[in-house]
Structure formats: structure tokens, C-alpha cells
Ligand binder design. Structure first.
Ligand code: XUL
Length: 522
């Protein structure tokens, strides 16, 4: 059998990719959009509404229901799930799911009842704090103080205490929901939660995603006692020991065999975070290629050749699912900002590539800061208006405003990824916005570096399928990458050397303006 399934439970959708390794083909590429297809969860962008702009939670039952919908849809379209020989996947990073009891019996989910109805009573807290949450500033300070300072947390875990990371979120639940915390037997990430559903038994968190919790000792690959103690009492007992990303965690649960026709005994490989999974899906497990994912958040990441942390505290070190580490910088206002500016100016993204040709590089030195929701890089708390209304009144032409926000995002990615070291020779882009040639042009010119994209768009789900094929099918990475991770031959955007000077100048404007606004506001 040569079919492997990769799932990606991301912020706005759940996706599945199935690869056929004997033919080198992607045979299923399907998604369920939470907002449009599961409106009952009232989460148009995958996130529950909240009065407090810092609080961002999702309903984990929405992910469970999406899984059922996705599996049923793919089967209705004619795919036979019994062909699958291995499964892995990924989840949005940092989000946590709180369970009242560990899952020990693979047969506990009965196929006569929906999974949602069987998971609901297992939740000790009904919602999942997710990566867009920025409400744990106090908890970050407390953890830093108890653990011996931010630098110490950075040294141990690869990141200073970060609001969206799971440790500070767990501490907030312990402080504000003590009964729920006390009733919690097991805490999962989105990745290990989804994996647990598939096997029917509690899945451990893999080293790739575990590094996004402010709890892991990167050196030993174990939970760090100082960080656990600084976070919440009794936390060690609520976490399974972290595991290597290629670990086989179990086999598909009877529920999925009976409901969807999976073959008994199909191995499930540990799930990981969506960014570590994209590293695999982009064939970049060895250092050398700088990757940019343009999604709800924008991320810049790369496999690392040695331990290095961001001295400014914005960047992170996560586990590379193929072994070793990866660097990552997350910009919360990715497509969120692009959509907001196009909404305000009534601009159609489809016309953006043409608009680029009608507007000059660097827009005459003007910028639009993309910080419409609290930002992690640079750190901008809720209530601080760094966008600046003056930025908006000055724009007469929608296409100029759109160019400005994309240019500002690219400059920000350039500035805040400098700590990764050595200038990239090539940038590989993925995500919805990477389909827009206008955006690719700006990124190439701002970085003065060639930009390529991949043939298969959903790098995170593809990464899941490739990890399943490697770990469950014993197929070498090299073989998998040469079959599935081809650069798109039609996209090779060379930087325009004439734009260099304009962007060097704009980079200085960006730095000065950002520094001044940060100093004034924070
Ligand atoms: C990474 C991060 C986001 C989420 C999005 O640190 O917070 O990229 O993983 O799913």
C-alpha cells in the first residue's frame, strides 16, 4: 500500500492531503473551512468572538466536527479510506485543549454516536486558548520572575515567555479557572489532541510543537522542572513526556474503521505544529533555504545548523521534525492585515499584480503599519494604536495603500529575521498569498533575493503525509522530496537591482518610524 494521509488543523480550516508514493501523485487535496462550513460555532475566522481584544479562544469541538466532515466528504467524492497505510498531521501551534481524563481505551469512541458528543464531556475547559491570544502579559512576567528571568527562559526553552505560548496560557487557566485546572488530567496541544482522536488514546506532544510551550528543555528534550514549577502547580502530572516527531503513537481507532472504512492497524505517527510540518512539506529539513509562509499569520523560518536564539526575544527555536531545530519568527498580522487594508480601500486582490506595475517601488517613502490586532513581532499589546490614522488619510489610490502594507510587512520580515544569520540565497514562499505574483515581486525586491513557490500549496498538510510515508512507510526523505516537493517551474521571481536603493531607503524609514512609535506608545 502506498497511500499516506496528512492532516492540517489550522486556524481557519482543516485540510487533508493524500499522497500516492508509488505514482508520485497527490490524490486528495481537500479542506473544510470552519467559518463558512461550520457556522454554528460562530467563528468566522476560526476564532470565537470576545469582548476583550486580547482574548482569543477556539472551540475544540469545531475541529472534531471538521474532522468528521472532511473524512465523510473525501469518501463521498470517491476516495476509499481503506487504501491509507499511514497517517500523520499538524495543528496550529501553541493552542491547548484541557481534558478531564486521559484516553486509554482505543475503543471508547462508539461509532453509533458522533465524535463531538463523545468528546464534549471529556473537556475540563470548554474552549482552547489559541495562538492569537495576547492576554497573558502578567503570566509571562510571573513565569520569568519565578524561573530566574527572561534570559534564563530563553536559554532553556528557545523563547522568552511569550503571551501566546502554552505555558503562560496554562498559568492563566490555573489562576482564573482553578476548578477547571484542578479537574484537568491531561493538557494537549491542538496537534496531540487531533492525533489522540485518531488513535482513541492519549497522544504525547512531539518535540517540534513542544518547543512552542515555554516548558521544554531544548537541550534534553524533556519538560523542564524549573519552567513547570514556574508555570502552574501539578503541571508535570498533566503532560505526557514529549516524544520524537517520527514516533508511532498507535493505530487508527475502531471508530474510524467502522465509520469511514479505514483498514485496522493503520499506524498513526505523532502530529506536530503547522510550521514544523511546513518545514517538511517544503523539503527544507536541512539548513540553507529560508521559508516564508503567508497565512493568517506570516511566518519566516528555516532549519538551523546550530543553536542560536533571537537576542531581541521575538524569534523562537522549535524542533525540526526530521531532527535538530528550526528558527521561526511569527507575524500575527499576516493575511489579517492584508484583508483589513483591502476592505478599507475596497480593493480587489486579483488586480494587485497589475497594480504593482502602475505603482513605484517604495511608494515614495510611505508605509502602512500592519498592526490591526495585537502583534508579536514586534511586540505590540492590545489598545496601542501603531497603525496611525494619519497613515490612512494620506492614501488616495487603493493600489498604493495595498502596495504599502505589503512592503511594510516584507520590510518587517527582513528586519526581524536578521538574527537567523547568513543572508538567504533563495526564498521559498507558501500559503494563500504566495499565489499572488504582486506579493512575490515585492518580497523578492525587498530581500533582493530570488523568490520561488512550490507546486503543492498546502505545505503543512503535505508535510503530514510525507512524515507518515517516512515513518510508517520507511521511504527516505530524499525520495519523498524528489517526488512531491518540486518548485513551481513557472514561478521564479528575480529581484530587480534597480529597486535596491529605494528599499534600503524605505528600510531606514521603517526602522525610524517604528522605533519612534514604539517609544511613544509602549
Ligand atoms: C507560530 C504561530 C502561528 C501558528 C499559526 O508561532 O503562532 O504561526 O502556528 O497556525
Amino acid at each position: 500500500m502506498a497511500y499516506f494521509l496528512g492532516l492540517d488543523s489550522s486556524t481557519q480550516s482543516l485540510s487533508a492531503i493524500v499522497i500516492d508514493t508509488s505514482e508520485g501523485r497527490v490524490v486528495v487535496d481537500e479542506s473544510v473551512n470552519f467559518g463558512s462550513e461550520l457556522p454554528a460555532y460562530e467563528s468566522p475566522q476560526g476564532v470565537l468572538p470576545s469582548q476583550d481584544p486580547r482574548v482569543r479562544h477556539s472551540d475544540p469541538l469545531m475541529w472534531v466536527e471538521a474532522l468528521e466532515l472532511l473524512l465523510a466528504r473525501v469518501r463521498e467524492r470517491g476516495f476509499n479510506w481503506s487504501k491509507i497505510a499511514g497517517i500523520s498531521g499538524a495543528g496550529q501551534q501553541h493552542g491547548s485543549v484541557f481534558l478531564k481524563e486521559p484516553l486509554r481505551d482505543a475503543g471508547r469512541f462508539k461509532s453509533s454516536q458522533s465524535l463531538v458528543d463523545q468528546v464534549r464531556p471529556l473537556l475540563s475547559y470548554p474552549t482552547s486558548p489559541m495562538w492569537m491570544d495576547s492576554s497573558t502579559g502578567e503570566e509571562c512576567k510571573e513565569i520569568a520572575a519565578a524561573a530566574g528571568g527572561r534570559e534564563r527562559v530563553l536559554k532553556i526553552s528557545g523563547s522568552i515567555p511569550i503571551e501566546r505560548f502554552t505555558g503562560p496560557q496554562i498559568r492563566k487557566i490555573w489562576k482564573t479557572q482553578p476548578v477547571a485546572y484542578q479537574q484537568t488530567a491531561e493538557i494537549h496541544l491542538v496537534s496531540s489532541f487531533m492525533a489522540s482522536l485518531l488513535t482513541g488514546t492519549s497522544a504525547a506532544i512531539d518535540l517540534g510543537d513542544a518547543a512552542g510551550m515555554n516548558l521544554l528543555d531544548l537541550g534534553t528534550g524533556r519538560w523542564n522542572t524549573t519552567l513547570l514549577d514556574a508555570t502552574a502547580p501539578g503541571l508535570a502530572a498533566k503532560l505526557l513526556p514529549p516524544i520524537a516527531s517520527h514516533t508511532r503513537i498507535g493505530t487508527i481507532a475502531p471508530y474510524f474503521i467502522e465509520r469511514y472504512g479505514f483498514r485496522p492497524g493503520v499506524p498513526v505517527i505523532a502530529f506536530t505544529g503547522d510550521n514544523p510540518s511546513s518545514l517538511v512539506g517544503m523539503g527544507a529539513i536541512a539548513p540553507g533555504t529560508r521559508l516564508i509562509s503567508l497565512g493568517t499569520s506570516d511566518t519566516v523560518f528555516a532549519a538551523m545548523d546550530g543553536p542560536r536564539t533571537d537576542p531581541n526575544g521575538y524569534g523562537h527555536v522549535f524542533g525540526n521534525p526530521a531532527g535538530g531545530f528550526m528558527s521561526l519568527i511569527c507575524f500575527t498580522n499576516g493575511s489579517l492585515a492584508r484583508e483589513e487594508v483591502s476592505k478599507r480601500f475596497g480593493f480587489d486582490w486579483g488586480k494587485f499584480a497589475a497594480a504593482i506595475q502602475e505603482t513605484p517601488a517604495a511608494n515614495g517613502g510611505r508605509l502602512i503599519f500592519p498592526y490591526f490586532t495585537p502583534e508579536t513581532t514586534p511586540r505590540i499589546p492590545a489598545g496601542v494604536d501603531l497603525v496611525g490614522s494619519e497613515d490612512f488619510v494620506a492614501w488616495k489610490e487603493p493600489k498604493e495603500a495595498i502596495r504599502a502594507v505589503v512592503e511594510t510587512q516584507a520590510l518587517s520580515m527582513r528586519r526581524f529575521s536578521e538574527w537567523i544569520g547568513h543572508a538567504p540565497k533563495q526564498l521559498v514562499l507558501t500559503g494563500g498569498a504566495a499565489r499572488n505574483p504582486g506579493i512575490l515581486r515585492i518580497v523578492a525586491d525587498v530581500f533582493q533575493c530570488p523568490v520561488r513557490t512550490l507546486r503543492v500549496g498546502n505545505a503543512s498538510a503535505l508535510g503530514g503525509a510525507l512524515r507518515a510515508a517516512q515513518a510508517a512507510g520507511g521511504i527516505a526523505w530524499k525520495e519523498l522530496f524528489s517526488a512531491f516537493v518540486a518548485l513551481d517551474p513557472d514561478v521564479n521571481v528575480q529581484p530587480d537591482p534597480q529597486a535596491r536603493a529605494a528599499y534600503e531607503q524605505l528600510a531606514r524609514v521603517f526602522d525610524e518610524k517604528l522605533n519612534a512609535r514604539l517609544a511613544r506608545n509602549i
